[in-house]
Design a protein around this ligand. Sequence first.
Ligand code: GLP
Length: 249
Amino acid sequence: MNLVNIGEKRVFVADCDDLCSQVADEVEALLRGGEEVVLGLATGSTPLPLYAELIRRHREEGLSFAKVTSFNLDEYEGIGRDNYRSYWAEMWENLFSHVDIDPEKVHVPPSHFENAEVAAAEYEARIREAGGIDWQLLGIGRDGHVGFNEPGSDGETRTRRVDLADETREDAAPTFGGLEYVPTHAMTMGVGTILEANRIVLIARGAGKKEIVVEALTGDVGPHVPASYLRGHQNVGWFLDYAAAGIDA
Ligand code: GLP
């Protein structure tokens, strides 16, 4: 594990195993603290090795999720929870089914709703009722999105219904078996919602993320790169693999 500076921020750079083990240590420290913990969780391929490591610690080392309440960042609009492409299903397959989390304490934004504003406000209210997010995990999209806060999302945005950017839909096309099957909308926590978490951990892996990570860390802060707003938060851990940091291993 190396600590390097990109712009004015110190970032952790390591191989995938080390990154995940370091981030898993943070989660473990919270979970073993004995208090109720509110985790903000992310989907996509980036967190999968972390989730695998947390499952391993649960199975082999007794790490318990009994005191966890979770809030996922986002969900595609219009696909049911029984559809394996939904983020709901993805989370159950890759984490929740394998640990002792209370299903009643799992929250993922709704994919179906009559009134988007009401549904979004309800999600925000649930986060508040839980006491706010202690620890928020993020990946980053190639266009600088966090959650589904696409370029144009400013730092004040709250949970809401959003249009998905073309690039985001293209990235999701293989999973959906073609661009025409990728939803055009989603429900996402806002950048402002995310920034209220006590601690934020962003993981980026792979050379495809290098350009946007550097842009988020060194470019102008603004809605053109929603991840850039993280630089205004006091407690963000940036965890990059060598490829995403553009450093030779
Ligand atoms: C999706 C998710 C994001 C995720 C991003 C990156 O758009 N909504 O939360 O960070 O994809 O995905 P991946 O980790 O597969 O690169």
